[in-house]
Design a protein around this ligand. Structure first.
Ligand code: UN1
Length: 497
């Protein structure tokens, strides 16, 4: 079956699913008055109302935490094998609900169809991977207790599910706080998780704004926080947790300022395809996305001409169409921030190349993909989260200085190398600071269980998601059970000497 055929089938079912209206109330154990209910609008077309999302008030958080604490013991007593079975049932339910979940990813988060498929697949992979991990590594481990899982809008199902599934797999009770922009898909996912057998108090959905996340991380009964989002918010959470003396766990996965180094031996066509995919897929809204392309001087003219030509072929538009490459950015605030950066760079950069938006881009949050040539890396001061690529040129003798400049940004997440010289690849891999270094390929789309994903420095705490150490951080070695020596034991002891 061709991908296109499968997509066509799915699209028919998605259209069917789109006829319903979606309402997301908080799924908490407490009777919480909704603080506000608002219409969720499609970022590719504001006239399309996807559903209604209700937010919890921050002052309801302590009661939800109390409810979570009451079930810690019961959930910890469920064996890792039973927890794994529940996670596998969630994976099956997500697969069965593929059209609805994809439809929500497209209409609520602006994901393209291809990205929406990948989104659901990754969520399924996380459930199955952590189920296997629970069985193989959690037998002699104890959960840490109650965990807050705070997740971003850019992977509204995959990362949301990855955080929740990991915490549950390790035996923890979970309070999930999804990004406010993508409440509907999180709500749908939690309903499926409850149907699959996760008890209601073991997993509560605290949909809300930033104040709900803040209240969660300030509640001293929370034993751990899993956070994916901005470096700044991770810093706030870290400061909340570090005031305590009982060492709550923090797993943070934050920003990136990812670079790709392309030397004069690289295959131009491959570079071109990988740059376009890494910089502009998902409208550049991935922390793994390519932000800085570093091209060796000798081949820069040729490479950049090819890349600009290929940019002109990108189709920006309605993400629900098969042939769309780049959808909208998440909301008007993100769009304004990006447009402000782009205006500033147009004045400051050496040169730029920006493609045109389609005629019907009104009433939506599209940002036209753009490439800026900079004199050097210092001109890029902060992480930019959108379809904006920066380019610098370097001379062969300047490679180490370039790596130093990249490392000085302190974002050690995903970098890439395009070179056919093994020695160059090995040298860069040794010196560059990163969670993942991708060689002669694109730098996005880490596969759960195959390419564990995460970074260090300003990019996060580790351990990598979808990797073998993640559940260890969310659990501890079970207490060592030391049997008292019996009289016979003592006798046996003596007999030994
Ligand atoms: C993120 O964008 O927050 O490898 C992280 C990838 C994804 C990145 C997710 N796993 O592209």
């Amino acid at each position: 079956l061709s991908n296109e055929f499968v997509l066509q089938q799915l699209q028919a079912e998605m259209n069917e699913a789109a006829r319903q209206s979606y309402a997301a109330a908080p799924l908490t154990a407490v009777e919480a008055d909704a603080a506000a209910a608002h219409e969720v609008r499609n970022p590719a077309d504001f006239s399309d109302i996807v559903g209604t999302a209700a937010f919890i008030k921050a002052d309801a958080v302590p009661e939800a935490v109390s409810a979570a604490k009451t079930v810690e013991g019961a959930w910890a007593a469920v064996t890792p094998f039973e927890r794994a079975e529940i996670l596998r049932r969630i994976a099956d339910k997500f697969e069965a609900a593929m059209p609805v979940l994809m439809m929500l990813a497209v209409r609520e988060a602006g994901k393209t169809l291809q990205n929406a498929i990948a989104e659901v697949r990754e969520a399924v992979d996380f459930c199955r991977y952590y189920a296997d991990e629970a069985e193989t590594t959690c037998a002699d481990r104890a959960p840490i207790g109650t965990v807050a899982a705070i997740s971003p809008w850019n992977f509204p199902l995959a990362i949301f599910t990855g955080e929740v599934a990991a915490a549950l797999a390790a035996g923890n009770v979970v309070l999930a706080k999804p990004a406010e922009q993508t409440t509907l898909i999180a709500h749908y996912a939690v309903q499926l998780m409850h149907e699959a057998g996760v008890p209601k108090n073991v997993l509560q959905l605290l949909s809300g704004a930033g104040d709900v996340g803040a209240a969660l991380t300030q509640d001293t009964r929370i034993n751990g926080v899993i956070f994916t989002g901005s470096t700044e918010v991770a810093g706030l959470i870290n400061r909340n947790l570090s005031r305590r003396n009982d060492h709550p766990v923090l797993i943070a996965e934050t920003g990136g300022m990812n670079a790709m180094i392309v030397d004069s031996t690289a295959l131009a066509e491959q570079v071109c395809a990988d740059v376009l995919n890494s910089a502009f897929d998902s409208a550049g809204q991935r922390c793994s996305a390519l932000r800085v392309l570093c091209v060796q001087e000798d081949v820069a003219e040729h490479m950049l001409a090819m890349i600009k030509g290929a940019m002109n072929e990108l189709r920006v538009g309605n993400p629900a169409q098969f042939n769309t490459d780049v959808g909208p950015v998440i909301d008007a605030e993100a769009q304004q921030n990006l447009l402000a950066h782009i205006e500033k760079m147009k004045a400051a950069a050496q040169s730029f190349h920006q493609i045109a938006l389609p005629q019907d881009a009104e009433n939506a949050t599209f940002v036209a993909p753009v490439l800026f040539e900079l004199n050097n890396l210092n001109e890029l001061q902060r992480e930019v989260f959108g379809p904006v690529l920066h380019v610098v040129r370097y001379r062969a003798g300047e490679l180490d200085a370039l790596i130093d400049q990249i490392n000085a940004k302190q974002f050690a997440l995903t970098h890439g190398i395009h070179s056919r010289i093994d020695g160059t690849v090995a040298h860069i891999c040794r010196r560059i600071e990163a969670g993942n270094v991708y060689v002669n390929r694109n730098i996005v789309g880490a596969v759960v269980g195959v390419q564990p994903f995460g970074g260090h420095g300003l990019s996060g705490t580790g351990p990598k998601a979808g990797g073998p150490f993640y559940l260890q951080r969310l659990s501890r070695a079970a207490a060592w059970q030391m049997p008292a020596l019996t009289r016979n034991g003592e006798a046996d002891e003596q007999a030994l000497h």
